[in-house]
Write a protein that binds this ligand. Structure first.
Ligand code: FES
Length: 136
């Protein structure tokens, strides 16, 4: 192989790999991944969440908390604080959700009690049967 031919082949190879290194990530970004798990409902045994307790879950990549409110039943709320997006936690002793970042507080309906947040936490519908709670 002549030197000139070797140089042309090397440049063609480098050009092709460079092009692929740009096209492949761009195609992955533009085409959403197929995720059949997103369509699958999540079922929780009611006994896993006794009255006055909560269970933190991730459903469709959304951190949520399912709370069994004494006397009011189950509710599913997003744990993403509406102020700047930190994850709120359930405070079972004071019956509220508390954000660790700026001390935002939400009631068990997701409404703002205090702090910098102005919007309520997102609420997700639940299907409740005799034994189970289903989300999605
Ligand atoms: S992020 Fe929750 S109060 Fe600021």
């Amino acid at each position: 192989m002549e030197r000139r031919q070797l140089l042309k082949t090397s440049l063609a190879f480098l050009g092709t790999t460079t092009l692929i290194s740009f096209v492949y990530p761009a195609s992955k970004f533009l085409v959403p991944p197929k995720n059949s798990a997103k369509d699958t409902p999540l079922t929780i045994d009611k006994d896993d969440i006794p009255p006055g307790t909560a269970k933190e879950i991730i459903f469709n990549e959304i951190p949520m908390v399912v709370i069994n409110r004494k006397g009011s039943g189950f509710i599913a709320l997003s744990r993403i604080c509406t102020h700047l997006g930190c994850l709120v936690g359930y405070d079972k002793f004071n019956n509220k959700l508390v954000c660790p970042c700026h001390a935002g507080e939400f009631d068990l309906e997701g409404n703002v009690l205090s702090g910098p947040a102005t919007k309520a936490l997102l609420r997700y519908p639940l299907k409740i049967t005799a034994d189970d709670i289903t989300i999605g």
